[in-house]
Each structure stands twice: as structure tokens, then as C-alpha cells.
Design a protein around this ligand. Structure first.
Ligand SMILES: Cc1cc2nc3c(=O)[nH]c(=O)nc-3n(C[C@H](O)[C@H](O)[C@H](O)COP(=O)(O)OP(=O)(O)OC[C@H]3O[C@@H](n4cnc5c(N)ncnc54)[C@H](O)[C@@H]3O)c2cc1C
Length: 417
């Protein structure tokens, strides 16, 4: 009977029993007080905010992340619970309902949330980027209309810059917006738009003027606008808890009052949004890497080969040490860049680019290494390490690819001052 029962189990279930039998001491959040504790260097207020986010990650996100990934569920209720904690408009001013925290606070929050579900946190971070762009640059009418709904996540937002023919060279975008009476009429398409179809408001960069960056404007398009439609849901390697698709504008009519900032300012608004977006997505990488290290450490303590647990092999100890070092170095860079945005440092663009480049690449490697430490089990979807690896891979590609990050850093270094 016992044998039959064992035969029905998958390899992963059997290994899981080993984990379940861990001493309670090892099952707790073992990183508290360690050299990679994310609370290191934070003040009391930040530690409190971080604890709220960590608790939410552990109780609401982590138990669901595998199901949301497998079934491609957009977790509306959980997102709204996150918003009720102040995570819907973290760094918007409190004038219309934003939480009024700093970029550094936001980074701490997104890292903590991503320990529970990197993909869902990444969507929250995009939503936050859009909310900030509206709060910072839109008219008070638009702000008072949208910020309260975005802060509560009663409404969701998407960022629309990339086009089928304009990716890294975003300033070559061709989606047009032409004035007609009291309206703009938009024509064109945006590609890879996260949240497409689910979001209620689309922050769209479109051409109102000549070629190049100066001819781009930023316009809000509400769901339900005539001429707005969505392509088929893309099948993605990771980031499966929110949809992405083409967003099409076919004589799509929106009131001129939906212009954000002034005509011709759109590209600058898009890039200002992305500076923060790069910190946010890098913070999501930090959280995933932190969780991956935690899982790898736990596995090393229980998995036995050659008569010993894996944590007794010096090669794996050194690998874990390197992962920890990469994580702390990444976090320092991300927090330094976030602080540079808070301080309006003139080098913020380069510092954000460096941090995004370094942290997303190192944290992806950490997740991949954690998977390696799990051996064959790491390749099974029963274990979360592969999901952290899949979810962080795309951070090297979006919000500006890491090649474009190198270009921005090189431009900064080569500039004569
Ligand atoms: C899952 C997912 C979600 C996304 N969500 C959004 C979203 O919500 N909103 C949005 O606007 N966009 C979104 N994007 C789009 C993303 O920002 C773009 O994919 C990215 O900017 C790269 O553009 P591209 O795919 O057209 O690649 P390309 O620009 O065609 O680049 C192809 C390759 O060439 C390299 N390359 C290009 N130019 C240079 C150069 N000058 N020097 C060296 N190398 C170069 C690139 O780095 C890349 O490796 C998303 C993408 C994905 C995959």
C-alpha cells in the first residue's frame, strides 16, 4: 500500500516531503538578520513599509503565483488588496490619493512584493509608472479623475510606447494623433502592451508633429473609446499573470483634454516614466533573486548526495556566496539609482540605466543558478525557482533592452563636460 502510494507521486512531490520536514527554524524567513537581509540600511519607517509588503507577498502572492502563471490569471482581487495597502500609486503625490512615498521606498516595496510573485509585482510596477506620469504631467482634471481610481486599482493602467516597427528606436513611432474638432483621432498600433484588454486607461505615445522625438505627444485613451481594439493574447515565457497584446487604434477618437502635458512633450514624458520604470523592474528582479536564494539554500540543507547534504559541498557553498554577493551589489546599485531620482541628480538617467543593466542581468543569473542547485527538480514546474528564472528573463529585454542601457551609459561617459 505504502509502495503504491509512493509510486503515484511525482519526483517533485517526494522531494517536497523533504522540504516539508524541514525543522521550523529553516522554514522561517531565514534571511532576516543575514548579510542579504533586504532591511539592511533602511530606517524604521522603511522597515515597517517593507514588512507590510513582505507579509503581503508571503500570504497573498506566493501561495498563488504558480497557479496564476499556469492558468494565466490576472489576479484583480489581489491587486486591489495590494492597492488597499498603498501600493497602487506608491510615488504619486497625495493630492489626489497617491501614497506620496519616494522612489527608494517604491524600490523597497517592489523588491519585497516580488519575493511573492515577480510577474504580478511587475504589472503593479508598470501601473505605478503610468499613474506617476499622469500625476506628474496631466491636467488637474485628468489627475482628479484618474489618480484616485488608479491608487485603489479600481482602474488599471497600461504604458503604450512600443510599436511593431519601433522598439529600441522608440522615437521612430508612427501611431498618429490628428486634431479633429474637439478630439484627437488616433491611427496605428502598439505592440507587447502589458495589461492590454484588462486595463482601463492607456497612456499612449503618438505622433502629433514632425518625425523624431519632438513630434511625439502623450495622450490618455480610455477603454471603450471608439476605434480602440486589442490583438490576441501573446503566449509568453514568463510574466503570465497579466496579458500582453497589440493595442490598435483605428480612427480612435479621444477628447483633446486627454492630452498629457503639452504637444511635443510625449517622448520626454515617456522617458521620465521609464527612468522610474527601470528602477521598478530591477527591484522586481531583486525580489525574485532573493526568493530564489532562499529556496536554493533550503534545498541545499535537505538534499543528500554522496551521503551528505548539498550544503557540505564547497563548490555549492561558493556558488551560494557568489549569488548572495551579486544580489547585495545589485540592490546597492538599484537603491543608489532610486535615490538619484529622488534627489533629481543630473546623472540619474545613467545611474538608472546602469542599475537596470546590472541588477536585471545578475538577478537573472542568480535565479538560473538557484535552478541549477535544484538539479532536475529545478526544471519541474512543481518548484518555484524555474518561475523566478522565467519571470526575470524579460527584465533584460523590456523598459529598454540592456543593449540600450549600455548605449545610454556609454553616451554619458563619452560626453565632454
Ligand atoms: C513581455 C513583454 C512586455 C512588454 N510590455 C510593454 C509595455 O507594456 N509597453 C511597451 O511600450 N512595451 C512593452 N514591451 C516592449 C519592449 O519594451 C520591447 O520589446 C523592447 O523595447 C525591445 O524592442 P524590440 O522588441 O522591438 O526589439 P528591437 O528593438 O528590434 O531589438 C532587437 C535586438 O537588437 C538590439 N538593438 C537594437 N538597437 C540596438 C543598437 N542601437 N545597438 C545595439 N543593439 C541594439 C536590442 O537590444 C535587441 O537585442 C514589452 C515586451 C515584452 C517582451
Amino acid at each position: 500500500m505504502a509502495l503504491r502510494f509512493r509510486q503515484r507521486r511525482t519526483a517533485a512531490q517526494i522531494c517536497h516531503i523533504l522540504h516539508r520536514n524541514l525543522a521550523p527554524r529553516q522554514k522561517r524567513c531565514i534571511l532576516t538578520g543575514s548579510s542579504i537581509d533586504p532591511a539592511h540600511g533602511l530606517g524604521d519607517d522603511q522597515r515597517q513599509i517593507q514588512q507590510v509588503a513582505l507579509d503581503f507577498a508571503q500570504n497573498e502572492l506566493a501561495p498563488n503565483m504558480q497557479q496564476w502563471d499556469a492558468e494565466e490569471i490576472f489576479p484583480v482581487e489581489s491587486l486591489r488588496k495590494a492597492a488597499s495597502l498603498g501600493f497602487g500609486a506608491v510615488y504619486c503625490s497625495d493630492q489626489f490619493g497617491g501614497t506620496g512615498l519616494s522612489r527608494l521606498d517604491a524600490s523597497v516595496i517592489f523588491e519585497a512584493l516580488a519575493t511573492g510573485c515577480c510577474s504580478t509585482t511587475a504589472y503593479i510596477s508598470i501601473h505605478n509608472m503610468c499613474a506617476w506620469m499622469i500625476d506628474k504631467f496631466a491636467s488637474d482634471d485628468l489627475r482628479s479623475k484618474w489618480i484616485p481610481k488608479l491608487a485603489s486599482m479600481e482602474a488599471f493602467a497600461s504604458y503604450c510606447l512600443t510599436e511593431p516597427g519601433a522598439g529600441s528606436d522608440a522615437a521612430s513611432l508612427i501611431t498618429s494623433a490628428k486634431k479633429d474638432g474637439q478630439d484627437y483621432v488616433l491611427n496605428g498600433a502598439k505592440a507587447f502592451i502589458s495589461g492590454a484588454g484588462k486595463s482601463d486607461v492607456y497612456v499612449v505615445m503618438c505622433r502629433t508633429g514632425d518625425q523624431g522625438a519632438k513630434g511625439v505627444s502623450c495622450i490618455l485613451v480610455e477603454k471603450g473609446s471608439p476605434g480602440l481594439s486589442f490583438g490576441k493574447k501573446e503566449k509568453k515565457v514568463g510574466w503570465n499573470s497579466h496579458p500582453a497584446s497589440i493595442v490598435s487604434f483605428d480612427d480612435c477618437r479621444v477628447p483633446q483634454r486627454n492630452l498629457v502635458g503639452v504637444e511635443g512633450q510625449g517622448f520626454s514624458i515617456a522617458m521620465r516614466g521609464l527612468n522610474g520604470g527601470r528602477i521598478n523592474v530591477a527591484s522586481c528582479s531583486l525580489g525574485a533573486a532573493l526568493a530564489a536564494i532562499q529556496h536554493a539554500r533550503g534545498h541545499m540543507k535537505v538534499r543528500k548526495q554522496f551521503g551528505k547534504t548539498l550544503d557540505s559541498f564547497q563548490y555549492l557553498q561558493f556558488r551560494l556566496a557568489e549569488m548572495a554577493t551579486q544580489l547585495v551589489a545589485s540592490r546597492l546599485m538599484v537603491r543608489n539609482a532610486a535615490t538619484s531620482l529622488d534627489n533629481k541628480d543630473p546623472n540619474a538617467v545613467a545611474l538608472c540605466s546602469m542599475a537596470k543593466l546590472f541588477a536585471t542581468e545578475e538577478c537573472f543569473k542568480i535565479c538560473n543558478d538557484a535552478m541549477q542547485i535544484f538539479g532536475g527538480y529545478g526544471y519541474l514546474k512543481d518548484y518555484p525557482v524555474q518561475q523566478y528564472m522565467r519571470d526575470t528573463r524579460v527584465h533584460c529585454i523590456l523598459e529598454g533592452t540592456n543593449e540600450i542601457m549600455r548605449l545610454l551609459v556609454a553616451r554619458d561617459i563619452l560626453t565632454e563636460r
